[in-house]
Every structure is written in C-alpha cells, then in structure tokens.
Ligand binder design. Structure first.
Ligand SMILES: [Zn+2]
Ligand SMILES: [Zn+2]
Length: 121
C-alpha cells in the first residue's frame, strides 16, 4: 500500500446533483459582502475538491424582489419546518471552481458540473 501520494483526482465535467453535495455546500464558511446584503458561502466543492463559492443575495428576504423566491419555494415544496426556517428559500448552487475539468463546454467556463439546492434562511 503506498500511502501519502498527494495526487488530486480530476473528475470529468458532469452536470448532475451528487447526493450530499448540497449539504456539504450548506456547511461552508460564510462571508458577508455589501454591508451584509450578500452572503457568500465558500469552501471546497464536495465533488471535485476545488475552491468554489456561492453568492446568496439575502436582500431577497428583506424587501422588493420576493415574488420569484416565494414562487420557487412553493414550486419546489419547502421542507416541513417552522419557526426559524420561515424565511428560508431554496437556492440552486453550482460548483464554480476555477480548475479545469475534462469535457466542460467552453461557454460554461468554470465548475465541475455539480449542483444542488441548498436552503437559505
Ligand atoms: Zn473543480
Ligand atoms: Zn466542483
């Protein structure tokens, strides 16, 4: 058994929703931008292991542009959660790592294709 070869596995580009991927992204560290109007989750993609981030415009919750978010939440069927989760809405996150992945279309430009729906709130 050879141990300690630190060779990174390069996964090919593949648009799909790996099981558990969204949970991993939801557990990323958070950083606030624009005086708190935008939250950025950042960490290593659970699929390819490269650094990625997800921008969450939390201003959606506080005024103006709530219609589409609420419609989406209803269409997707929010989980049965009350209280603290009342303001939560689903957000589709995708890997936007800057590393190359075999088979990725030129017009995409980043990521390994992994995506998932995380709950924001
Ligand atoms: Zn990657
Ligand atoms: Zn990735």
């Amino acid at each position: 058994m050879s141990f300690g070869t630190k060779k990174q596995v390069r996964v090919p580009y593949d648009v799909h929703e790996p099981s558990g991927w969204a949970d991993g992204v939801a557990g990323f560290a958070q950083r606030h931008l624009d005086g708190g109007a935008v939250v950025v989750l950042y960490g290593n993609c659970p699929r390819c292991g490269d650094l990625m981030d997800v921008e969450l415009p939390i201003a959606l919750q506080t005024g103006g542009l709530t219609v589409s978010a609420e419609t989406d939440a209803e269409a997707l069927g929010p989980p049965d959660r009350t209280g603290a989760g009342a303001l939560a809405f689903p957000k589709t996150a995708r890997c936007n790592c800057q590393m190359g992945h075999e088979g990725r279309p030129k017009e995409v430009g980043d990521g390994c294709g992994a995506f998932g729906t995380i709950e924001v709130g």
